[in-house]
Design a protein around this ligand. Structure first.
Ligand code: C2E
Ligand code: CA
Ligand code: CA
Ligand code: CA
Length: 279
């Protein structure tokens, strides 16, 4: 099952389920997972909707569990939030992603932004800004190539605190994206108030976009809103050519999804970055 999980990186282990035994096993083995090198980082390209040129990658964590196989972040991130290990895991991931991104640039590949998902508990760490500044200094990565993805629900939780943290990160030169846009409690005034660069439109609006005029209207409206606010738009979860054509007609700039590529291990994404465009 282990070898299969490694090759077939699109699917998670069938053995994985949420019965209490499995959850218990995950909870207790998470403490040693970093030192045992069980976490792996996959990267999914983000592309220009017109040209398929790669404009960035998103880092997505996986857990290669010795007994349970490849475990999805939706299974273990909530557990890591509960027990606080998300802070250690998140810092490990940020450091490795920045190191990798700098290594790509050192190898002469065209620089692209690299997106990292921040969870609520991580965002609320008082030393988050300092940690990120240290990691950038340590790895030599210019801040403009790091993009932090935070969800709407996280951002809207405490507006004043969120904007104070985002302002510091923005001044540092880091890119800020609102993830899963449209699914949380959005406030348009908060959007205006937060220093952000990018809106990532949630996959739920894309699934039926080619056949559902309502979804198409919603996505079109978000695109206009973003353009009016001078923000970039990324549409996630693009799986079919029909969805892509529809998004092109709405003048979406950037897209991400299985139609182009699933999240991939570092060796494969490096080959793709060298090609520069998704074939
Ligand atoms: P997300 O940030 O919204 O990431 C996008 C998810 O959609 C990823 O699932 C990705 O594999 C999947 N996806 C991409 N394209 C398509 C598509 O065309 N169709 C479909 N059906 N799915 C697509 P993944 O990797 O399982 O991650 C799930 C969630 O776990 C992420 O959602 C994010 O919230 C969280 N996550 C992943 N890595 C990290 C991490 O390093 N830190 C934190 N805090 N959260 C993470
Ligand atoms: Ca994300
Ligand atoms: Ca997302
Ligand atoms: Ca999502």
């Amino acid at each position: 099952a282990k070898a299969q999980g490694r090759n077939n990186f699109q699917t998670y282990s069938h053995k994985m389920n949420s019965d209490s035994f499995t959850l218990l096993a995950l909870r207790s083995s998470m403490h040693t997972a970093i030192e045992n090198h069980e976490f792996v980082i996959h990267f999914q390209p983000k592309v220009n909707a017109e040209t398929s040129e790669i404009t960035g990658v998103e880092a997505l964590i996986r857990w290669q569990h010795p007994e349970l196989g490849l475990i999805s972040p939706s299974q273990f991130i909530p557990l890591a939030e509960d027990n606080g290990l998300i802070v250690t895991i998140g810092e490990w991931l940020l450091r490795n992603v920045c190191k990798q991104s700098q290594a790509w640039q050192d190898a002469g590949l065209k620089p692209v932004t690299v997106g990292v998902n921040l969870s609520a508990r991580q965002f609320l760490q008082p030393n988050l800004v300092m940690t990120i500044a240290n990691i950038l200094a340590e790895t030599g990565l210019a801040p403009q190539w790091l993009e932090l993805e935070i969800t709407e629900s996280l951002a809207m939780n405490d507006l004043d605190y969120t904007s104070s943290v985002l302002e510091k990160l923005y001044e540092m030169g880091v890119q800020i994206a609102i993830d899963d846009f449209g699914t949380g409690h959005s406030s348009l005034s908060a959007l205006k108030k937060f220093p952000i660069h990018t809106l990532k439109i949630d996959r739920s609006f894309i699934q039926e976009i080619a056949s559902n005029p309502h979804d198409k209207a919603i996505v079109g409206a978000i695109v206009s809103l973003a353009k009016g606010l001078n923000l970039n738009v990324v549409v996630e979860g693009v799986e079919t050519i029909d969805q892509l054509n529809c998004l092109r007609s709405l003048e979406c700039d950037q897209v991400q999804g299985f139609f182009f590529s699933p999240p991939m291990p570092v060796e494969l994404i490096t080959e793709m970055l060298a090609l520069d465009t998704i074939p």
